[in-house]
Design a protein around this ligand. Structure first.
Ligand SMILES: Nc1ncnc2c1ncn2[C@@H]1O[C@H](COP(=O)(O)OP(=O)(O)OP(=O)(O)O)[C@@H](O)[C@H]1O
Length: 685
């Protein structure tokens, strides 16, 4: 017998979980059935990790000081300094030590395990990428080496320029400039310029995330196509958003503002398109760059009006875009000339049968080979390199059937990627970065499972909400959340969603994801779970598993290359019993409310019918009607009164039940229950 533990492959406890040993009576261990038992441990708690320890962002104080300082800055030396920083960054890019596998798509792809914790910035990975990774184009390095005149003097302070420069007369704050700006240095090294730096500064994004660190230099300084795979919530949007903004800024600087369509960003869902637009707008807020979103479900005329403003960046879903392209929209007619194309959640976008329109759009974009070659492409997803294990039933299939192509072939990572790159038109020398962890999900995510019958899932759901109250509030009022905004605005909201919300949505501070049904694929599991534990934070994903869903879970585990099952979510039997009574009582309240509503309606109908009949009846008929009415009304009234009484009684019982804080009565650890269970086992033995 093996004790189930949530250990990671290195044999250590995952950082967010605490396991406590359970003392077992010696007599029990004597039993033959337990002869191989090593120990019993119980998961007593898990922690929501607020932030990876070394990850830093600009703290409030510093930010304020820096802002006031920035206001007092004057100067025109920034471009020279930035060139110097490009120069500085070149040798640094050669730094090694990062376990991330990164190579050019034209070479052999060595897809592999990412850094042990990609959010943790170590000295090794702080400087950029590994040895094989020649990020900066030779000519870029050469240019900067030649620009000696623009070299920054050692120790000279880096400054951020505000778009509206201040005059020298303005008061100079007493903040140490080095201190104020050193946090943004990493961004500057990667070629991020003032307006974007300011926006990042405003957001307190002091450090690039690992995927940004690994792709931005090649994208901004080397203008390479980027193929990026990194876990959910790792900042992929800005990994393509910043280079697009920087590229457009450069183009405008060189050629003037010709208001042509310069970038197209494609996403699989409308919600994601709106979110990407928000992220891009935030990052471009100190520039004049316009970004609009074109998605179905909104008035076409309004979107045509938006396009008539000649925005540089269009973000949209394939359906509506294709509709407008076919209608001959003027702004979209120049699609073949765009300088930047990003396809977010690319693996989803190119799935067969989902996005025929995408192929039409890509054909329009790729219609001019010369322009296609000049274009910079970005493809990103958390599951870009994810491939499936062949289902068992196909593994056993005969060679003959395999030859006749009656079974799907397992596509390897390299092949999957090649197909995606070819479809989008990504160039062969693209920079390919895959830092997805072998485990598929991100390090700060705690994963668990709870096995139960379908009929019990709602009880467990309620149990879970009470156990982890951060997610729980007026569930009944919130059951029909009308929009994402409502959910986002409410600290205690519960979002009940189908898989349409599985990918990409970045709703800050979601703490728990409950898979009410086991997802069909490992990708779906990764993306759904990835709505929590985003951007330095921790979170918990829990799978509610019916016995018949165990095969699905095993398939997911196999695809995720996991040897051990998810740790079981511990449920306290006593508390669960009370939870069940509450839910049953709530269901009763609901039923009586329905009954009262119905009987009130019956009574109203009778009253109305009586009134109408009184008007039309003779006095003789009236007395007959009266008799019938009195009889019917009496019955209805009686039932109504009864239902009201029952309802009131149930409500009182429910509110009494709800007034008890179930988990206050219990110690936080659930070890006691495990002891109890053990003694039960003993009794059976
Ligand atoms: N450098 C940074 N520092 C801190 N937070 C960041 C940084 N870059 C991005 N973020 C924040 O991280 C969160 C996740 O980013 P984003 O939505 O781009 O993730 P993603 O990798 O696209 O996730 P998914 O695969 O689920 O779509 C966002 O709230 C974003 O604003």
């Amino acid at each position: 017998m093996k004790a189930k533990r949530g250990k990671n492959p290195e044999g250590n406890d995952p950082p967010n979980e605490s396991w406590e040993p359970v003392n077992i009576e010696e007599a029990l261990l004597m039993n033959k059935e337990f002869e191989n038992l090593i120990s019993f441990e119980v998961l007593s708690d898990y922690k929501i990790v607020k932030k990876a320890p070394e990850a830093k962002d600009v703290d409030d104080d510093k930010s304020k000081k820096a802002k006031s300082k920035r206001k007092s800055e004057v100067g025109t030396e920034v471009s020279g300094k930035q060139r110097k920083l490009v120069e500085e960054s070149a040798p640094l890019e050669k730094g090694s030590g990062n376990r991330v596998s990164v190579e050019s798509a034209s070479g052999d792809l060595a897809w592999g395990v990412g850094s042990s914790n990609p959010w943790v910035v170590t000295e090794d990975n702080k400087t950029g990428v590994n040895e094989e990774d020649s990020v900066v184009e030779p000519e870029v390095v050469k240019n900067t080496q030649n620009s000696k005149a623009e070299k920054q003097k050692p120790g000279k302070k880096r400054k951020l320029e505000k778009a509206n420069n201040k005059t020298p007369e303005e008061p100079v704050s007493d903040v140490d400039e080095n201190e104020a700006y050193q946090d943004m240095e990493d961004w500057i090294k990667m070629g991020v310029t003032d307006p974007v730096l300011q926006a990042l500064y405003d957001k307190k994004f002091g450090l690039p995330t690992p995927i940004q660190r690994l792709t931005l230099p090649s994208a901004i300084l080397g203008r390479k196509d980027i193929v990026g795979a990194a876990e959910t919530g790792s900042g992929k949007t800005l990994a393509f958003g910043i280079p697009i903004i920087e590229g457009i800024l450069k183009e405008i600087k060189e050629n003037g503002d010709n208001r042509r369509l310069k970038a197209l960003i494609l996403t699989p869902t409308r919600e994601l398109a709106v979110q990407v637009k928000d992220h891009i707008k935030d990052a471009a807020k100190h520039t004049k760059i316009q970004a609009v979103v074109i998605v179905g479900g909104l008035a076409t005329q309004k979107q045509e009006r938006l396009l008539a403003g000649y925005p540089e960046i269009v973000i949209g879903t394939p359906g509506r875009l294709w509709e407008l392209i076919q209608e001959g929209n003027e702004h979209l007619s120049t699609l073949s000339e765009i300088s930047y194309l990003a396809v977010d959640e690319t693996d989803r976008m190119v799935e067969k049968g989902h996005f025929q329109e995408l192929q039409g759009i890509l054909a329009a974009i790729n219609s001019d080979p010369e322009k296609t070659f000049q274009r910079q492409n970005f493809i990103f997803s958390a599951t870009l390199s994810f491939t499936h294990e062949m289902p068992h039933r196909f593994k056993k299939t005969s060679m003959k059937a395999k030859k006749m192509k009656q079974v799907p072939k397992k596509v390897n990572k390299k092949e999957k990627l090649r197909q995606i790159m070819e479809l989008v038109g990504v160039k062969e020398n693209a920079k390919v970065v895959d830092i997805t962890e072998k485990r598929g999900t991100c390090e700060t995510l705690v994963e668990m499972q709870l096995t139960c019958q379908l009929a019990y899932k709602d009880y467990y759901l309620y149990y879970f909400f009470i156990r982890h109250p951060a997610l729980h509030s007026d569930m009944h009022q919130k059951q029909r959340l009308r929009s994402l905004e409502n959910f986002t605005a409410n600290d205690n909201g519960i979002l009940i969603a189908t898989d349409v919300a599985a990918r990409g949505l970045d709703i800050v501070d979601i703490q728990h994801v409950i898979h009410y049904q086991v997802p069909k694929t490992a990708e779906s599991y990764i993306h759904r779970s990835g709505r929590t534990a985003r951007a330095f934070k921790g979170g918990l994903a829990i799978l509610f598993v019916e016995p018949k869903e165990h095969t699905l879970v095993s398939n997911i585990m196999r695809s995720l290359d996991r040897d051990e099952a998810f740790p079981a979510f511990h449920v306290d039997d006593e508390i669960f019993k009370e939870i069940k009574s509450r839910v049953d009582m709530a269901v009763k309240v609901e039923a009586f409310e329905h009954s009262v509503r119905k009987r009130s309606a019956d009574q109203n109908w009778l009253d109305k019918a009586k009134k109408e009949m009184d008007l039309a009846s003779t006095s003789e008929e009236e007395s007959d009607d009266d008799e019938d009415y009195q009889k019917g009304s009496k019955g209805v009234k009686k039932n109504l009164e009864k239902a009201k009484r029952e309802l009131e009684l149930c409500k009182q019982k429910l509110s009494k039940m709800l007034s008890v804080n179930l988990f206050l009565r219990k110690p936080k650890t659930d070890v006691r229950t495990t002891f109890k269970k053990l003694s039960k086992i003993k009794a059976i033995l």
